[in-house]
Ligand binder design. Structure first.
Ligand SMILES: Nc1nc2c(ncn2[C@@H]2O[C@H](COP(=O)(O)OP(=O)(O)OP(=O)(O)O)[C@@H](O)[C@H]2O)c(=O)[nH]1
Ligand SMILES: [Mg+2]
Length: 188
């Protein structure tokens, strides 16, 4: 089994924590109960006959926390860059987050995620999302943490990207030595 570090990046309030909670616990909060920063685990996903255990690292989008982010990026195999499809500015800032991960990770699998598609106030089209992903040579997927639409698909997709990379054969992660559930920090 491959245990792999997955970092959630993106502007504040785009739904990073919500996507993560939906993926890890299949739960959604209208109001996130506390500042959720830490490491979470989910039961492994089976992708292309490989079992991948996602070690989820949430980050906080606010600018005053950004100097901490280098620590989060370190050794990440997966980078999920989230924006809100109803917020043009969060989409414009995807480039910033992409550059950050390029600076601090090596050959990570990257996916761009347009969240909150359940809302009817769309500012960013699917084509704009796909065009940007093509330009940055990564993949795009839209989702809703609220309804759960496409949440598992994000991680299946990024898992397949990672497995297609030659370097994935070389790293059998234990980035954090098996602290497993005992090290989970959570709001629950
Ligand atoms: N309608 C809708 N609301 C969402 C969705 N995802 C998140 N939200 C809401 O958006 C708000 C912000 O979500 P968070 O998950 O806290 O956003 P974040 O990116 O973690 O924000 P920071 O931790 O501040 O960087 C919350 O009120 C969520 O309930 C979604 O898919 N649809
Ligand atoms: Mg958050």
């Amino acid at each position: 089994m491959k245990e792999s570090k997955c970092v959630m990046l993106g502007d504040s309030s785009v739904g990073k924590s919500s996507v993560m909670y939906r993926f890890v616990r299949n739960i959604f909060y209208d109001t996130i109960p506390c500042i959720p920063e830490g490491i979470f685990y989910r039961d492994p996903l089976k992708i292309n006959n490989e079992s991948i255990k996602f070690q989820m690292w949430d980050t906080v989008g606010q600018e005053r926390f950004r100097s901490l982010n280098k620590y989060y990026y370190k050794n990440a195999q997966f980078v999920v860059i989230v924006f809100d499809v109803n917020d043009q500015k969060s989409f414009d800032n995807v480039r910033y987050w992409f550059q950050q991960q390029q600076q601090f990770t090596l050959n990570s699998a990257v996916i761009i995620v347009g969240n909150k598609i359940d809302l009817l106030t769309r500012e960013v089209t699917i084509k704009q999302g796909e065009d940007l992903a093509n330009e940055l040579e990564c993949q795009y997927i839209k989702c809703s943490a609220k309804t759960g639409q496409n949440i598992i698909e994000i991680f299946e997709k990024i898992g397949r990207i990672w497995l297609s990379k030659p370097q994935c054969k070389e790293i059998e992660t234990p980035i954090l030595q098996k602290q497993e559930e005992s090290s989970q920090k959570s709001c629950f």
